[in-house]
Design a protein around this ligand. Structure first.
Ligand code: PLP
Length: 414
């Protein structure tokens, strides 16, 4: 797969919308889907369309089971897990975090959850809600004003009472990459676990759960070109043992018995015990294909290209007087996204967003404008909203030039 010629693999990028070409810079929200993924989803419905052989026993169901097992193995390799049974299907990152918050073993003497102000609402609210039900306490570390984390402060907040440190690997607002391996070491030295929110990181960087000593990892298929509705929760071997049941029902049990009005259940001790009901087989087929698509390109090329686009966008934006970055990027390595606001305040990002959608002659430019589901971080940084440009493998420097030209024209006319 040639990364330079990759655009043609994405049908949405070949279409004209109201006679205009699409420039898509909203990849941190979700990535566009390549042809092989669309084909894999279609193939499932065209050729299979049945449930897996762990339920039914017939020829087609065995084929679906093969597909599911093959995909788990593919995902295992993708994140370098030690076993495919460490992989649990979820709907998305959010569901994976909800599972951890609801099921993680908590003791009275070990009931603290450490979070940061950097987190997406999906890595805050599940813990907030469960803290009301499960009696654990939340401790929150704010970052430095430049978006980095003070690791000494973090080390002090993590104590012997900490059960879990939940942290993003790559912030969907600052775009900074956080040192999860060091944080894992800190957590483990106090016998705490680490949950890594990889929703953004895995779309631009190679993840390695063993190297980074990660206990729990979550990501969404749709941000790496797979369909919406399929996600991954990785749980390190042995950690599931004392988990409480989460979604339960068909497919999760070893045995169920009724005696009188009592129900007696033995749940499966493996990942299947947490995959209730019929699974999203078409999504699994699509995920398998998207993992292959990225692996065939290779993460070295993916990271290099996305970082280089981010660096270029930064350079172009910082030459514009009215642009202020949400955090100071000067010392930070570029990753995959960049967030900024405009000064003076009368220059509205929402107006600029409309301009990008309706006022350009030849293009529609899709960006994200708002708090990006990270309201506490925007509050902390003193700006309620920002505009975010986020890049994926099909973006180009020429597209960034078109965006910069549009911004300059908008500023001139404002
Ligand atoms: N965490 C981060 C860092 C994100 O950027 C997102 C989505 O943008 C999520 C979690 C939630 O992902 P999903 O909506 O796919 O569950």
């Amino acid at each position: 797969m040639n990364i330079l010629n990759i655009k043609k693999e994405f049908p949405v990028l070949q279409k004209k919308i109201n006679g205009k070409k699409l420039i898509y810079f909203d990849n941190a929200c979700t990535a566009l889907k390549p042809k092989p993924v669309i084909k894999a989803v279609n193939d499932y419905y065209q050729n299979l369309g049945v449930c897996s052989g762990d339920r039914s026993s017939h020829h087609l169901s065995w084929q679906v089971q093969e597909l599911v097992e093959k995909t788990k193995e593919n995902v295992r390799q993708f994140i370098n897990a030690s076993s495919s049974d460490d992989i649990i299907w979820t709907k998305n990152t959010t569901e994976g975090i909800n599972l951890i918050a609801a099921s993680l073993p908590i003791r009275k003497t070990k009931n603290e959850i450490v979070l940061t102000t950097l987190e997406h609402h999906s890595n805050l609210l599940p813990f907030y809600e469960q803290s009301k039900k499960r009696g654990f306490e939340i401790k929150i570390l704010s970052p430095n004003k430049d978006g980095t984390l003070d690791l000494d402060k973090l080390n002090k907040i993590i104590t012997k009472k900490t059960a879990l440190v939940a942290i993003t690997h790559l912030s969907n607002v600052t775009g900074l990459v956080y040192p999860v391996k060091k944080i894992a070491d800190m957590a483990h030295s106090k016998e705490a676990k680490i949950l890594v929110d990889d929703a953004q990181y895995v779309a631009s960087h190679k993840e390695d759960v063993q190297k980074n000593k990660i206990d729990y990892l979550v990501f969404s298929g749709h941000k790496i070109g797979a369909p919406t509705g399929i996600g991954v929760l990785y749980v390190r071997k042995g950690h599931l043992k004392n988990f409480s049941p989460f979604n339960v029902g068909g497919g999760t049990v070893q045995s169920v018995k009724i005696k009188g009005n009592n129900i007696y259940v033995k749940y499966l001790p493996s990942s299947s015990g947490f995959e209730a009901g019929i699974q999203h087989y078409a999504g699994i087929a699509g995920l398998d294909s998207s993992v292959n698509f990225l692996s065939n390109i290779g993460y070295q090329k993916i990271t290099r290209k996305i970082e280089s686009l981010t660096r270029y966008a930064r350079q172009q934006l910082q030459n514009i007087n009215e642009v202020r970055f949400l955090t100071n990027y000067k010392k930070q390595k570029p990753s995959s996204l960049i967030s900024f606001y405009l000064q003076p305040k009368k220059l509205s990002l929402y107006d600029f967003n409309l301009y990008l959608n309706y006022e350009l002659k030849d293009y529609i430019i899709a960006v994200r404008c708002g708090h990006h589901c990270a309201q506490p971080l925007h509050d902390f940084l003193g700006h309620p909203i920002s505009m975010r440009l986020s890049f994926f493998i099909y973006n180009t420097k020429e597209e960034i030039d078109i965006f910069i030209k549009a911004l300059k024209k908008f500023l001139k006319n404002s």
